[in-house]
Design a protein around this ligand. Structure first.
Ligand code: SF4
Length: 488
């Protein structure tokens, strides 16, 4: 097929569940490409000699190569190609903000629509999983080196995948009862079915990675104890799970939940499958979610599915909403209402201490602030009240503080993140490396995975030679925005 013909093919849409039906269930919203749609979409790719799309991928996936394999109908081979660089392709194919990464750099996007790289990635990874033809790479002889990984989120799983393939013994310590980090506690089932995360984790286990759940490093054992007890190196990937609140009166009332708690109850604790699972769901009449990132969209869409009227309150305008356009579109399609240029100033409760309403102010946009976005300015006398029984502040998260608190010689920044060498991700403590949100603050799944790859390369060098040399590193684009640099 010549270039002209390829350019004539329109970007293929992904079939998805009807919004009227899906707002009442937890099944995944998009169904994914069929084989036919995937091949057609793959035919759009020009297989550029200098593929600009790859410059937007934090884990350096050979994008034109895997797309070529899909075009040839070699779907399994396409998945294997993806896995050479990416430990979690079925996950990133679903939750990566491709429109701001690989797809934003696709040559076709300059005059029209980019190749749907994320949808093709998801298709190939799903094809492999469903076919059961998951190929395990041949492992080199054991090196005799042992690495502890703290946190089984995207960064930790990536480090584990890269290092186990180099012959090292890998042990992951996860604080929760299920591995996956934000992939299992934060992202709802209708965006990322947990069976997919489990399949990716099982792949690592089959490679020999050992995972201890319900194991809180910093409580059960410290980083120093791990180093004294036979580990040659430690990777810290404990993420950003400390929620930020609004700092307004009434935030301690019953009925105010951080987005983390609200989503964890539903996603990890399976409240949506009560009484099969023991966690009771939070049933509300009207839920106000404050914030407009991906986590806010997830919370608001979960509230809808739990039977509530769901409203998002955001102090800026639609143009500044940090969530992915696709997530905002899905939320609105399902019936989530947006109240823009609106800022909460007080949560109001009754004599029992329960939320009954929220008081807000109308805002207007003023001059641009440090982030380059126009600053929201309150309109005097515009106070108004919205009745509600649940409020979910979704304003982002700070790094988990437990490891820095229990490892005295680990340097932190004034934001509570770990102070690391940006090229090697080595911390101030010898043999200890870190990556993901504990270093950058809340960012994306794929940027955490990119950091995981950098850290894995440094750890490998360190355990084999006792030193780490600086390597020139590709500049990574920082995603997200001020209110909520969501991990999705
Ligand atoms: S830039 Fe676009 S067209 Fe070129 S190889 Fe990458 S995905 Fe294909």
């Amino acid at each position: 097929m010549d270039v002209k013909e390829r350019k004539k093919i329109p970007r293929q849409a992904m079939p998805e569940q009807d919004p009227r039906r899906r707002r009442h269930n937890y099944e995944e919203v998009p169904y994914g490409y069929t084989e036919e749609l995937a091949v057609t979409e793959a035919q759009r790719c020009l297989k550029c000699k200098k593929p600009t799309c790859m410059t937007g991928c934090p884990v350096n996936i050979r994008i034109p190569d895997f797309i070529q394999l899909i075009e040839e109908g070699k779907f399994i081979e396409a998945a294997w190609k993806l896995k050479e660089q990416n430990t979690l392709p079925a996950v990133t194919g679903r939750v990566c903000p491709q429109e701001a990464q690989c797809e934003s750099k696709c040559i076709l996007g300059k005059k029209g629509e980019a190749v749907a790289i994320g949808r093709l990635e998801r298709f190939a990874a799903d094809y492999e999983r469903k076919s059961g033809q998951v190929k395990l790479p041949e492992l080199p002889p054991p090196t005799g080196k042992k690495v502890a990984i703290i946190g089984a989120g995207p960064a930790g799983l990536t480090v584990a995948g890269d290092l186990v393939k180099l012959g090292h013994k890998i042990v992951i310590f996860e604080a929760l009862h299920e591995p996956g980090g934000v992939l299992v506690y934060g992202i709802p089932e209708f965006r990322l079915p947990k069976e997919i995360v489990r399949a990716e984790v099982n792949y690592l286990k089959r490679l020999g990675v050992e995972i201890h759940t319900d194991y809180v490093v910093g409580k059960a054992k410290t980083v120093d104890e791990l180093l004294k007890n036979g580990y040659d190196s430690v990777f810290i990937g404990t993420g950003a799970g400390l929620p930020m609140f609004m700092g307004i009166p009434g935030e301690n009332l019953v009925g105010v939940y951080s987005a983390n708690e609200y989503l964890t109850r539903s996603n990890l604790m399976k409240a949506f499958r009560f009484p099969e699972y023991g966690t009771t769901p939070i049933r509300s009449k009207r839920v106000i979610t404050v914030g407009a990132g991906n986590v806010a969209m997830d919370s608001a869409r979960t509230a809808l599915r739990l039977g509530a009227e769901s409203i998002i309150v955001y102090r800026r305008s639609r143009d500044e909403m940090p969530a992915r356009a696709e997530e905002i579109h899905h939320a609105e399609q399902e019936g989530v209402k947006l109240m823009l240029l609106t800022n909460p100033v007080r949560v109001i409760g009754n004599e029992d201490g329960r939320v009954t309403a929220i008081e807000c102010l109308k805002m207007e946009l003023g001059e641009p602030d440090a982030s380059g976005r126009r600053r929201p300015v309150p309109i005097k006398g515009s106070e108004f009240i919205i009745e509600c029984d649940t409020v979910i502040p979704s304003l982002g998260n700070r790094p988990n503080p437990l490891i820095p608190m229990t490892t005295p010689d680990l340097k932190t920044t004034r934001w509570g993140t770990l102070d690391c060498d940006p090229d090697t991700l080595e911390t101030s403590k010898k043999g200890v490396f870190a990556g993901g949100d504990i270093v950058t603050g809340a960012a994306t799944v794929i940027s955490a995975m990119g950091a995981g790859k950098t850290a894995a390369a440094s750890i490998h060098e360190y355990v084999m030679t006792g030193k780490v040399t600086k390597k020139p590193k590709k500049e990574e684009k920082k995603e997200g925005a001020e209110e909520e640099k969501s991990k999705k």
